[in-house]
Design a protein around this ligand. Structure first.
Ligand code: NDP
Length: 294
């Protein structure tokens, strides 16, 4: 059996088109243009690429992107002052601070300083707590993308066994919360988990968010399972060329999985689309409008 390839690029394009349509309606009917501030501190090349891609997508959706680039020497107090001014700015509906931050800045302090209603990354402790409590909240973008991708394969995932490898605050834990909210039976694995291959073989849905190139082998995968590969790893392949691979050995996994996300072209594009969706939802909530169901 060869797996169905979950085309994250196409699904993200569909989602972005629906969001752009909703943004046009907001502008037409309420004269509202969602605005998002994208804050980048320093010149980390990978972060610069992500920030450029996010700002471009914001513009294409008809939203307003406010780019704030700060030098690597920025102090915590300076960044907190910028966040306070963005919190107070009514034209800014979403605030995204690209991580990681330089060493002198405490990322948790910065995240906690963002107005939870503008926290389009969904990392603020209030949004984390609301998600864990099953209350409406802004949901982290990559986890939201993972579950939306899984839902393109399964109309319902209730009762399924889901294994999430990774327990980070930005991917593993929120993915697990979302799968639980969908009534899956969820196990979270991490670096201390015993016999990870055996655990993975029980999974109807396997989410890999590890950061280790091709660690999950084909023989770890239950035949027919849905595999969501979050990993983005830059490697030099056997021919000496740089390449991006996921956390799953794709060529092996595609032979036995029922469905699988490719890397690139799977979770990555959905992350950006979900950021736009969060910005739309945050804007509607701030303006007292009902967000469209997308
Ligand atoms: P972290 O490094 O924060 O977390 C990695 C997790 O994997 C940890 O919980 C760690 O366990 C676990 N882990 C590490 N080694 C092993 C092992 N040998 N066996 C089992 N578990 C292990 O990474 P992130 O969650 O931030 O990111 C994970 C991957 O997803 C990365 O490749 C990242 O680039 C990618 N990513 C992709 C995004 C996208 O848009 N597609 C967005 C965000 C991330 P422990 O807690 O015990 O240390």
């Amino acid at each position: 059996m060869r797996a169905h390839i979950i085309d994250g690029k196409a699904l993200a394009a569909d989602l972005r088109a629906s969001i752009a349509e909703a943004v046009r309606a907001l502008r037409r009917e309420h004269a509202v243009v969602p605005g998002i501030a994208v804050v980048l501190v320093g010149d980390d090349p990978a972060s610069s690429v992500y920030v450029r891609a996010k700002s471009k997508a914001v513009g294409e959706a008809g939203m307003k992107a406010v780019d704030r680039r700060l030098p690597a020497s920025t102090s915590e107090a300076e960044l907190l002052a910028l966040i306070a001014s963005l919190n107070a700015d009514p034209s800014v509906n979403g605030i995204l601070v690209q991580l990681p931050l330089p060493r002198q800045i405490d990322a948790q302090k910065v995240i906690a300083a963002i107005d939870p209603e503008k926290d389009v990354d969904g990392f603020h402790p209030i949004n984390v707590g609301r998600l864990a409590s099953g209350l409406p909240s802004l949901i982290p973008c990559t986890p939201m993308g993972c579950v939306r991708l899984a839902r393109t394969v399964h109309a319902s995932i209730a009762g399924m066994d889901a294994v999430v490898i990774g327990r980070s605050n930005i991917v593993g834990k929120p993915v697990a919360q979302l799968l639980l909210a969908e009534n899956a039976t969820v196990t979270i694995a991490h670096s201390k988990t015993r016999d990870l291959p055996a655990l993975c073989r029980r999974a109807d849905i396997l989410v890999a968010a590890i950061g280790r190139p091709e660690m999950v082998r084909g023989e770890w995968i239950k035949p027919g399972a849905t595999v969501i590969d979050v990993g983005i790893n830059r490697i030099i392949d056997a021919s000496g060329k740089p390449r991006i691979v996921g956390d799953v050995a794709y060529a092996e996994a595609v032979q036995c999985a029922g469905a699988i996300t490719p890397v690139p072209g799977g979770v990555g594009p959905m992350t950006i689309a979900c950021l736009l969706l969060n910005t739309l939802r945050a804007t509607c909530a701030q303006k007292g409008l009902t967000a469209p169901t997308i």
